[in-house]
Design a protein around this ligand. Structure first.
Ligand code: TMP
Ligand code: ASP
Length: 249
């Protein structure tokens, strides 16, 4: 079934945002496109949008239960997320519990080294400038955020990290790092938006050390969709699985 949506408002590398009948709500379509390296490496992976939407919905619901305000309103069908409309802030807010990825490429950390307390890093979300790392002064001078906004984003991100890390560890997954994005609602409140999925997080199986995220694609390895399905299988409970099948048509 294809859901009725309004006008296309915005097209990102992996999601489309559509108008709805409600002025304060948008419908986000999770596509199967997958990219890396500022979109230089591209592919389409069947069912990726499906899995990312159910995984993100699960995380958003979990965070809402713990008092984190999110953009999520409903998943009328997997692949389509009804969301509160936000003016997105061009920040990629990254939390790191274990050194991996660009952190070990850019700094003398060992891959797998624990980072306690966790690190918060903010990058400027801008493909033209290749998402450079920011500091508070640069972010404020760019006019993106105030110091109060930065303090709030940092506090909420640490809270999100704690909730998700505890949840994932209870399921046997390590949570080395993740990236989230925030936006402002029409009242000006900063709200968690975008997605939380294997496209935007690192998930490692604690026992087998298997990589269960987009790093497989970044490294040109096989089994990408199997890894995404596995994450869904690990985090969804029986009630979730009644609504969202792990094996769609
Ligand atoms: P990094 O180690 O490559 O900087 O990535 C840190 C985290 O951010 C990792 O969980 C993957 C996620 N991420 C995105 O969601 N989008 C991006 O464009 C990049 C580079 C990383
Ligand atoms: N999100 C970036 C891109 O799509 C890079 C990445 O996730 O590795 O190009």
């Amino acid at each position: 079934m294809k859901l009725e949506v309004g006008k296309l408002l915005y097209q990102g590398k992996a999601k489309d945002v559509y108008e709805t009948d409600h002025p304060d709500q948008v419908m986000v379509k999770f596509r199967d496109d997958i990219t890396a390296g500022d979109g230089q490496k591209k592919d389409k992976i069947g069912k990726k949008g499906y899995y990312n939407s159910i995984i993100s919905a699960k995380f958003f619901l979990l965070l809402a239960e713990e008092g984190v305000e999110t953009q999520y309103l409903d998943l009328p069908e997997p692949g389509y997320m009804l969301c509160k409309k936000l003016e997105m802030i061009p920040l990629e807010v990254i939390a790191r519990n274990v050194a991996a990825g660009s952190l070990v490429r850019r700094f003398p950390f060992q891959e797998g080294q624990e980072l306690d307390p966790p690190l918060i890093q903010m990058d400027f979300k801008n493909d033209e400038y290749h998402d450079p790392m920011l500091n508070d002064d640069i972010a404020k001078a760019l006019g993106i955020v105030t110091q109060d906004d930065l303090d709030y984003i940092r506090r909420v991100t640490l809270k999100i990290n704690k909730i998700l890390k505890n949840f994932l560890e209870s399921k046997g997954l390590m949570f080395p790092d993740f990236k989230i994005e925030y936006g402002r609602d029409k009242e000006g409140n900063i709200v968690l938006g975008d997605e939380i999925s294997p496209d935007t997080c690192r998930f490692w199986d604690r026992e087998t050390c298997d990589i269960l995220d987009k790093d497989l694609f970044r490294k040109g390895e096989s089994g990408v969709i199997e890894a995404y399905r596995r994450v869904a299988e690990i985090i969804l409970d029986e009630d979730d699985l009644e609504k969202w099948s792990l094996d769609p048509e």
